[in-house]
Design a protein around this ligand. Structure first.
Ligand code: PDD
Length: 286
């Protein structure tokens, strides 16, 4: 049975879904997105994702074609129609399809935004990466300067994942001015002694919704947190490391640039935070 996707107000089979060749998402990467996880057929942290989406739109002066309440209803309808119990909902809003290719933004009254959503069914809890941990390499961060806006400009993160694959690793951490910014599609953390260290928020990284939740749970569990930049050398000497994202929750990192952390197996802090995150967000899912 084919998947039902949502395009500009209509629920259609994926084979029939169409977006214009003049869509600015396609021509200029002029679009923003969100990925929201689904567990037990329910959405994790929907309101966090909706708030960040509104911020991304505002920062780019882009209109939303629907309200956040309508967006919630569309998410739920798609999850229901596709029978998703575990997986993700992908959402993208672009500045629409102007009449022609033009760098100048079109008049929003004449060119409505494009809204597309689709679901992905996938086991998230029982993952090989969570069991064994992932190996990361370090690469230069050459992305644009507004990484706090969740745009669909994902070419460099894709290239980073390919560099990692070529090097026999699973993912890459990006380094700018000598310090780690974040992973290609996740936020990065190290653990030293009883301290969790992760880069502070700013325009250099995406303000992860999972990051906010995990730091809150860590604080509630009396864990110590330091929000500051760290170097790859400091990371290699850490007791453990991990990454967070909506689709991977908390995933342990067991090696950086070929150097094993601790005994080379997932660390206790990462394992515990993963458990807490899954338990708590499952309870709060809507
Ligand atoms: N990526 N940093 C980057 C660069 C990301 O692309 C992501 C998410 C995160 C984590 O954010 P959150 O916890 O809100 O998912 C950090 C999504 C999952 C993706 O592109 O698939």
């Amino acid at each position: 049975m084919s998947r039902t996707v949502y395009v500009n107000g209509a629920y259609v089979p994926e084979e029939e879904a169409r977006v214009s060749v003049f869509d600015r998402g396609f021509l200029f990467a002029d679009g923003v997105y969100e990925v929201t996880s689904v567990l037990d057929g329910k959405l994790l942290d929907f309101h966090g994702h909706a708030a960040r989406l509104e911020r991304s739109l505002r920062e780019l002066d882009m209109a939303s074609p629907v309200t956040m309440d309508e967006l919630l209803a569309i998410h739920r309808e798609l999850v229901e129609r596709n029978g998703v119990t575990e997986g993700m909902v992908y959402l993208q809003i672009t500045r629409g399809a102007a009449a022609d290719r033009d760098f100048v933004f079109p008049d929003p009254d004449k060119t409505p935004s494009t809204l597309v959503l689709f679901t992905q069914s996938k086991g998230l809890i029982d993952s090989a990466a969570a069991r064994t941990g992932i190996r990361v390499i370090s690469i230069d961060d050459i992305r644009w300067g507004r990484r706090d806006i969740k745009t669909v400009q994902l070419l460099y993160p894709s290239m980073g994942k390919m560099m990692a694959k070529k090097a026999g690793a699973d993912d890459a951490w990006m380094v700018e001015d000598g310090v780690v910014t974040e992973g290609t599609s996740n936020n990065a953390y190290i653990v030293k002694g009883n301290k969790i260290i992760t880069r502070h928020l700013g325009t250099e990284i995406l303000h992860g919704i999972t990051r906010a939740a995990v730091l809150k749970f860590a604080r509630e569990s009396q864990m110590e947190i330091e929000e500051r930049p760290f170097t790859i050398e400091e990371a290699k000497a850490a007791d453990e490391a991990f990454v967070t994202s909506a689709s991977t929750f908390v995933t342990p990192v067991v090696a950086i640039d070929g150097v094993s952390l601790g005994d080379g197996t997932p660390g206790a802090v990462a394992r515990r935070l993963r458990e807490i995150y899954i338990d708590e967000s499952r309870k709060a899912a809507i």
